[in-house]
Ligand binder design. Structure first.
Ligand code: UTP
Length: 472
């Protein structure tokens, strides 16, 4: 245990005198020891610097001086799709690929009381997100005759609830030994004005998960990376928990990632064409020869509006947070402090216990800074990184907000649209309204198909009845 005087010195050095005073007052000793133990998990050397940089003296980072649109493998491009698919399938068949889902976020915008992965999402049977992915993995395992282990990153805030959910549902038919949960780290949540660490209640510091970029360290310290090495896993298929359309394992993408000359097999990404110049998604750019995601808020309107001769947006490659990541790449970056990912600041509402009044405050305005790392900051650390286009409907139906865009309502509409497109591709007639939208609600289980081709050879109706609700 750190000497009390050492801890106090560290606290004072980074402006946390309020906690020194509080610890003096806390009784009994066991309560003080419990809070001290939480404080001892914090690296105060780094925290002092971070508070100065991101709270007390925050200035937004300047956008890079020279940025160009990133090159990408376009959907209709002249590249050997079938060849890469065959190579990717070989990797999967050899059980060299695992799925990796980041599910440690707080999901505050969704307003759902539980881990986001438990949220009822499929458009007819309301299967939870975790079930949609689990069944996609089962389907893929059957298709390729392979074991596809699944690594799920949680955070201390939802770890137990996530594990209990899987246990309750018998791992949705997966072998429990092939599903591994591990927790990411947390950072203390800070008062946005003073930089002081907030208390969640009289006994606990207010903390937040350290961002999806916390995944790299968490993979290593949890033993997940070692487990992958033991199993002979070479690459991870990475996706977020809140996108039911993420293809759990995509042979074409994996084939390009692992074998294309332009790729180092370290960190590859999927993109969709931006819906509009001001869509709030990060954009893949080329910064001095290296691929990076530039956040929408960091790109000038002038650049975002630029078009090519054909009228298409020049900075068109929107990130949908689907990646293929090499196991060796993670080993490389976690073992070298030079590759530590930077933090970003997010200003959010955080309820907290006010030490001076003894009241619990539920703020109506943003009051706190959360420090988070972003997984895409790993991209420029790869020696060569590729970007591959996919269809928006095909792979992007995010559930982020309670209502409006990226909500369950918009996601379900996209789910039906994709099901309709898959059915139409194999000759089924789908009723459409005058505006082109589907006049039915259609769910295709991921046990049935994880891509349109999987529907070939399946007994399907000739046509979908207008206004009907269909599950396949
Ligand atoms: P979001 O950026 O949408 O954050 O996460 P969130 O926490 O889920 O939701 P809000 O912003 O509080 O409403 C995108 C993905 O990254 C994961 C999330 O679980 C989601 O899959 N994530 C995010 C983590 O795993 N850890 C984090 O610390 C943050």
């Amino acid at each position: 245990m750190t000497q009390v005087s050492d801890l106090n010195t560290q606290l004072v050095a980074c402006g946390q005198d309020h906690l020194v005073d509080y610890l003096l007052k806390v009784t009994p000793d066991s309560a003080r020891d419990a809070i001290t133990a939480q404080l001892e998990t914090i690296d105060f050397n780094d925290l002092g610097v971070l508070i100065e940089k991101y709270v007390r003296n925050y200035t937004p980072a300047a956008s890079p001086a020279s940025i160009a649109p990133a090159k990408y493998y376009s959907l209709d491009g002249d590249w050997d799709r079938a060849g890469y698919q065959a190579k990717g399938e070989e990797l999967i068949r050899a059980s060299k690929v695992a799925c990796f889902t980041v599910a440690g976020g707080q999901g505050s915008r969704l307003g759902y009381d539980g881990p986001k992965g438990c949220y009822p999402t499929s458009c007819v049977s309301e299967k939870p997100l975790f079930q949609i992915f689990a069944e996609g993995i089962r389907r893929s395992q059957g298709k390729y005759g392979a074991v596809i282990p699944w690594y799920i990153m949680t955070s201390p805030l939802n770890h137990e609830a996530t594990q209990a959910f899987f246990a309750k549902h018998d791992f949705f038919g997966l072998e429990s030994g092939n599903v591994m949960f591990f927790e990411q780290g947390v950072m203390p949540s800070l008062d946005a004005q003073s930089g002081q660490i907030l208390m969640a209640d009289p006994m606990h510091l207010a903390t937040n998960p350290d961002g999806h970029g916390g995944a790299f360290k968490a993979l290593a310290v949890s033993g997940a990376l070692a487990d992958m090495k033991n199993r002979g896993i070479e690459h991870m298929s990475y996706f977020q928990v809140d996108n039911p359309h993420a293809m759990v394992i995509d042979p074409v993408f994996l084939g390009l990632h692992a074998f294309a000359e332009e790729s180092s097999g370290e960190f590859s990404s999927k993109m969709v064409a931006k819906a509009s110049w001001d869509e709030k998604v990060g954009v893949f750019c080329d910064v001095d020869g290296s691929t990076e995601v530039i956040e929408y808020s960091d790109m000038s309107d002038e650049l975002a509006k630029q078009t090519n001769a054909d009228g298409q947006l020049a900075f068109n490659a929107g990130s949908i947070a689907i990646h293929a990541i090499g196991v060796e790449f993670i080993e490389k970056i976690v073992s070298n402090p030079e590759y530590a990912l930077p933090f970003h600041r997010a200003v959010k509402k955080v309820s907290h216990f006010d030490l001076s009044t003894g009241q619990t405050i539920t703020p109506s305005e943003n009051n706190a800074v959360k420090l988070e790392k972003f997984v895409f900051d790993g991209i420029p650390l790869a020696s060569k990184s590729i970007v591959v286009e996919t269809g928006r409907v095909e792979e992007f139906a995010p559930v982020k907000n309670e209502t409006g865009s990226d909500s369950i309502v918009s996601s379900k509409a996209i789910q039906t649209e994709r099901a309709a497109q898959w059915l139409e591709a194999v000759g089924v007639t789908v009723p459409r309204k005058a505006d082109g939208s589907v006049d039915a609600t259609i769910e295709i289980s991921t046990l049935t198909a994880v891509c349109s081709d999987d529907l070939k050879g399946i007994d399907l109706p000739d046509a979908i009845e207008p206004g009907s609700t269909v599950t396949l």
